[in-house]
Design a protein around this ligand. Structure first.
Ligand SMILES: [Mn+2]
Length: 337
């Protein structure tokens, strides 16, 4: 971190400021005194240094971070890719393309079990399904809640597929004991109390990017979970809000190589929520495979026209069969280049 001091500072003020920095933070300070200004260079653990607090000091002209504010999620300090391995053996981040598929919402036992069996047969290694649903309208279907998790467990017992489902509140954490991967949805990406609580959980967290959040903000949210001791974070790009109205969101495909350059964490793509349109899911999924994503999370419903949530973007099991074959071919082709 570089701090430029104002030109009217006294030597005493400079020394007092440096003492404050070294007392407060685990850093050493190098000083360059020029004719018109004094520049301080902070070395050490600058992730903990509050740049806004520094900038607010009377003596300070400007502050510039040279190191990213995230440390545990940063590839610089962890060059090897993180591979998430479930106790049941499924992996994300090992170089393969993991497929997570299932309905937007769990609706009933027949629906979730039918979809689970079909997506497994097509090559999915995880079952998704919403039990707690964050809906824009309070009058829309809110999910089956605890009963939904019980139905997911039944589908898991039948198929062996580990389950991925979204948490909306810390108060529900006890209900997630048998959930294999806990999803944090886009709207909760900066629910810092929830992220802190998930930092103490010993299971993978699928963290979706907020619809109006930057890549750095996503990594800082991952850092919240990792700072608590949970290193098993999967990053998910699910589309961001732009001026384009044709699609539900705009898929930021560049987020994949950027996140993989900045971080060692696995990165997956959600083409269903990114587009909101059934026929766009397959081409976006192929783009994700081509750009190096570690996985895809895709909405599949046995009868999309009757779905209680997100039917317009859901694939039928037959469509998912076709997609799964195509994306694996793209992934293998790209790896062979
Ligand atoms: Mn959905």
């Amino acid at each position: 971190m570089i701090i430029v001091l104002k030109s009217n500072r006294s030597e005493e003020q400079v020394q007092k400021f440096i003492s404050m920095l070294t007392d407060r933070y685990d850093v050493t300070v190098n000083t360059w005194v020029g004719t018109h200004s004094t520049v301080l260079g902070l070395l050490g653990d600058t992730a903990a240094v509050d740049g806004e607090y520094i900038a607010a000091q009377d003596i300070v002209e400007s502050v510039k971070r040279v190191q990213e504010p995230y440390k545990k999620a940063n590839r610089k300090f962890h060059p090897d890719d993180t591979v998430i391995t479930l106790p049941t053996g499924q992996k994300i981040g090992d170089g393969s393309l993991a497929l997570i598929a299932g309905p937007c919402s769990v609706e009933n036992e027949a629906q979730i079990c039918c979809v689970a069996e079909r997506v497994k047969a097509a090559g999915a290694s995880f079952l998704r399904g919403g039990a707690f649903k964050p809906r824009t309208s309070p009058y829309a279907f809110q999910g089956l809640k605890a009963e939904g998790i019980e139905l997911l467990k039944k589908a898991k017992a039948k198929t062996g597929l580990p389950i991925v489902t979204e948490i909306m509140s810390i108060s529900h954490l006890d209900l997630f004991e048998d959930v294999d991967v806990i999803q944090v949805g886009a709207r909760n990406m900066q629910n810092f109390e929830l992220l802190k609580a998930l930092g103490h959980v010993n299971k993978p967290i699928l963290l979706k990017r907020g619809l109006a959040n930057t890549i750095e903000e996503l990594l800082m949210s991952a850092e919240y979970i990792m700072a608590g001791g949970n290193d098993q974070v999967i990053l998910c790009e699910r589309g961001i809000r732009t001026y384009e109205t044709f699609t539900r969101n705009t898929l930021d495909i560049s987020a994949v190589p950027i996140l993989k350059k900045l971080s060692h964490l696995p990165v997956i793509i959600d083409p269903s929520h990114a587009s909101g349109i059934n026929w766009l899911v397959e081409p976006l999924a192929m783009a994700a495979a081509a750009v190096g994503a570690d996985g895809l999370i895709i909405e599949v419903h046995n009868n999309p026209s009757c779905a209680l949530c997100d039917g317009a973007q859901s694939l039928t099991p037959d469509q998912f069969d076709v997609l799964a074959k195509k994306v694996q071919r793209v992934s293998e082709t790209v790896k062979s280049l």
